[in-house]
Design a protein around this ligand. Structure first.
Ligand code: SF4
Length: 339
């Protein structure tokens, strides 16, 4: 075992081992899991904005990529739109945690919207890097998933300077002369393993490409992938609580599958298919950075009802990361530009 299990851990482990031997399944719950600091902050921004201004409060795109979170905030009074031209002139509008391209801020200004920005500070850090390197004349080699909201926002910081690389195959088609300055940046929610392979290929072909001063894959993505790797030797199958459009949640299923363990991405217990659990002795459970903990608990409740005899949670310290809230006075009131 890589780490001690929590609380009544040793005894619980002996009990669960005995139960496994008798054929009753056990659930192993990864830690850390669930909400990251950027998601906590973005949800709080919507809640506080609703408290301060009252509905209607408009949110461009899903505030975070999770169906449950969006449903709950919609029930609390938030109105979700795809683009700001759906928002009435002068209304209060919030930008999602994934970040937005500059034209969105321009559209908000044109419509006289009272704009509040919930972009995660770690996404904003990548935006700043893109602008800084582009200003110095670098080409930006951005590793990411085409069409993802974050990638659209990041590419938009310097579209003429940015080349999107999705996988190792894309590297083969790249033409970057040795005299062209370039830097490799990444989406924040990528697989560490895949990204390492792509960066290795890029550096092998273009040794002159620079790397950013710090890793762009965020702490939450890295920690949740490491937590899955840790429980992999102890499980037969993995349930990842998260929505289909959640990049970091999808990566958790890939981490498991790449190591030969079946993995399923679920929004909640209703998505679990009985066949997945057939013959399984040790079921891993985790959740992506935008998935609420109460849904994880309802999944564990479902598993208990279906005969899971013991639940082990890996004992890991809390991440202890929090981000300060953005200015909740809308930008058009304060005339503060997007940072
Ligand atoms: S997953 Fe990372 S980058 Fe995305 S909101 Fe959370 S902390 Fe920010």
């Amino acid at each position: 075992m890589d780490r001690a299990v929590r609380g009544v851990a040793a005894m619980e482990d002996r009990v669960s081992d005995a139960r496994t031997e008798t054929g009753l399944p056990v659930a192993v719950v990864a830690k850390p899991r669930g909400f990251c600091a950027g998601v906590e902050r973005a949800i709080r921004v919507v809640e506080l904005t609703l408290e301060r201004y009252g509905p209607p409060v408009y949110v461009r795109k899903e505030i975070v990529h999770n169906r449950r979170v969006v449903e709950r905030l919609r029930a609390a009074g938030a109105t979700f739109v795809e683009e700001l031209d759906e928002v009435p002139l002068g209304a209060v509008a919030i930008l999602s945690a994934h970040g937005s391209p500059p034209e969105v801020y321009e559209a908000a200004e044109d419509r006289g919207l009272r704009l509040i920005d919930a972009t995660c500070p770690l996404v904003r850090k990548v935006h700043v890097e893109v602008r800084r390197y582009a200003k110095r004349g670098h080409r930006i080699i951005l590793i990411g998933h085409a069409g993802h909201d974050e990638v659209i926002g990041t590419t938009g910081q310097a579209p003429e300077a940015t080349i999107l690389v999705k996988n190792v195959d894309d590297v083969a088609g790249l033409r970057i002369g040795p005299d062209v300055k370039g830097v490799i940046l990444t989406q924040t929610t990528l697989s560490q393993d895949d990204t390492r392979a792509i960066v290795g290929e890029l550096r092998a072909r273009f040794p002159h490409l620079e790397l950013p001063p710090s890793d762009d894959i965020c702490y939450a993505t890295q920690n949740r992938q490491s937590a899955v790797k840790e429980i992999i030797p102890r499980i037969d199958t993995l349930l990842v609580v998260g929505s289909q459009n959640s990049s970091n949640s999808r990566r958790l299923t890939e981490v498991a599958r790449a190591r030969g363990v079946a993995a399923h991405l679920i929004d909640g217990p209703a998505d679990i298919e009985e066949a997945w659990l057939k013959g399984v002795r040790r079921i891993g459970v985790t959740s992506g950075a935008s998935a609420p903990e109460d849904v994880v608990q309802s999944v564990l409740g479902y598993l208990r009802e279906r005969g899971v005899a013991a639940i082990e949670e890996v004992d890991a310290p809390d991440e202890g990361v929090t981000f300060t809230l953005p200015e909740l006075t809308p930008m058009t009131d304060t005339e503060s530009p997007p940072g």
